[in-house]
Design a protein around this ligand. Structure first.
Ligand code: AMP
Ligand code: MG
Length: 485
């Protein structure tokens, strides 16, 4: 494994060069063997849990690693904050994995940096576990996401609501460039730095655009928008609520990053929000497409002077891309909903069919994942007449309408499309909480390992799957998630 340390070439304005703060007694808690192998970690390291704990706690650096904390700004809940940055994270370096993918390796919870403000630079075990589990679940659901390589307990106490065991999570991502990375420089009028960052983003994520000369910046915006559209529609497909879609948590790569207050939708409700600090519901489930567009408008503002030195001509190029994002999101969402109903290729009238179902689910307080899973099961197991009867009853005239629409389609293909888009199991909030609590109380990873085993095959019914499919008795009514934990 050879570190490239490519961020360093951007110049010192982009980061602080700083080593992680050592921890007292590191102990490997969770480990992602598949990812470790893809990264090409040396065998002698892989076979030595104690050394792994030393390395992925930041106590020992891998050869060639020159840790840095990245500078970024961001709009938090719509308000601009000129300086955020990695206040408790260290980028150990970037590298190419076995298949040539260019990846960042980052520790989170690794101590204070120039960007820590009043924070302690640390992370509690619970949130580290949430990030590890949720990122793996999203990956298996085929939603673009940063990955987690390890959770290491620090052997230290962190103080949140009360005393909690400390931990670090190792994050692997296509990069850590965010909309907020661009805002950091654009808001200071430092457009040479914005250009440096944009060219770096192109080199890393969209190398084919490098040929486009001065047009490359508008092309970059177009590509980032495209990936945001795909990402958010995938979130809607599986019922993921990011919870804190600030511009500093919006990755240029189009991956899901930052898992603080994230949650899963249970009962279908576009206004669903679980984050304790999101009182206005800005980041509610159904608002996510609109917020993605808002975030892309912030990115566009940063890029304007690069797109064209003449502000009006720049705007004339960028604005249509932002405006086109709303219909693009709509269409992608419609195609996705049609696929969840097994309708491919979809027709315009399928939109009404999908909306009618969602309305019924909302009125009847039906569970999102379970309802689509049961509809899929109806086709997979035609002998389950009890299921068909139930759905017929719950969904009234909608059910025969849907079956009617399918008559012209090939039943095998319909079943496959539905199952590819409708998971059997998701990381439901009440199970996530129970698993995290059990791990923290027992100091043992077994509950997380069992959960992960099921979540790694979300479209299959394994023997252990049934234990995690139930909706919570209270429909998640009292559920709350927290930021910055
Ligand atoms: P987040 O809510 O995780 O996106 O974090 C927002 C900002 O707060 C980022 O700049 C973080 O680095 C910083 N931050 C969050 N928690 C801590 C902490 N415990 N210590 C230092 N900085 C933190
Ligand atoms: Mg963040």
């Amino acid at each position: 494994m050879n570190f490239i340390n490519s961020y360093q070439a951007l110049g010192p304005a982009f980061y602080q060069r700083i080593d992680p703060e050592p921890v007292r007694a590191p102990r490997l808690f969770l480990w992602n063997q598949e990812l470790a192998e893809a990264l090409g970690l040396a065998d002698e390291l892989l076979n030595d849990p104690q050394r792994l704990a030393q390395v992925f706690s930041g106590n020992r650096l891998l050869p060639g690693s020159e840790p840095i904390a990245l500078a970024y700004a961001g709009h938090q809940f719509g308000h601009f904050v000129p300086q955020l940055g990695d206040g408790r994270a260290h980028l150990l370096g970037d590298l190419r994995d076995g298949s040539g993918r260019w990846l960042d390796l980052q520790l989170k919870g690794s101590g204070r940096t120039a960007f820590s403000r009043n924070g302690d630079g640390r992370c509690a075990l619970g949130p580290a576990l949430r990030e590890f589990i949720m990122s793996q679940a999203l990956q298996a659901l085929e939603v673009p996401s940063s990955q987690s390589l390890a959770v290491v307990q620090s052997g230290e106490t962190v103080w949140r609501e009360g005393a909690e065991p400390g931990a670090l999570v190792t994050r692997v991502a296509a990069s850590h460039l965010r909309v907020g990375s661009f805002e950091f420089f654009a808001r200071r009028g430092q457009f040479e730095q914005v250009r440096t960052l944009a060219d770096y983003a192109i080199q890393r994520h969209y190398p084919e655009l490098a040929e486009a000369g001065p047009q490359r910046f508008i092309a970059l915006l177009e590509q980032v928008i495209q990936r945001q559209v795909e990402l958010v529609v995938d979130w809607l497909r599986v019922g993921f609520i990011h919870g804190v879609m600030n511009t500093d948590n919006t990755a240029i790569s189009g991956e899901t990053i930052d898992f603080g207050p994230c949650a899963m939708l249970g009962v279908y409700d576009p206004a669903c929000v679980f984050s304790s600090i999101d009182r206005q519901g800005r980041y509610a489930f159904g608002n996510q497409p609109g917020i993605a567009q808002w975030n892309m408008a912030r990115l566009a503002e940063c890029l304007l002077p690069l797109i064209d030195p003449d502000p009006e001509r720049a705007l004339a190029q960028a604005l249509p891309l932002i405006e086109a994002m709303a219909p693009a999101l709509d269409q992608a969402r419609q195609r996705m909903m049609a696929a969840k109903l097994g309708l491919e290729p979809s027709r315009t009238e399928d939109k009404d069919l999908a909306e009618a179902l969602l309305q019924r689910m909302q009125q009847g307080r039906m569970d999102y994942t379970q309802t689509f899973d049961r509809l899929t099961c109806c086709l997979e197991q035609p002998e389950r007449q009890d299921l068909e009867r139930q759905l017929n009853q719950e969904l009234a005239d909608w059910y025969p309408r849907w079956r009617q629409r399918q008559q012209q389609a090939d039943p095998g293909a319909t079943r496959r499309i539905m199952r590819r888009n409708n998971p059997r199991v998701i990381p439901r909030n009440h199970h996530m909480e129970a698993v995290i609590q059990a791990c923290v109380e027992q100091g043992d990873a077994a509950p997380a390992e069992a959960f992960l085993q099921v979540l790694r095959s979300p479209y299959q019914q394994l023997p252990a799957t049934a234990a995690y499919q139930d909706a919570p008795a209270d429909g998640d009514q009292g559920y709350q998630t927290f930021c910055g934990t």
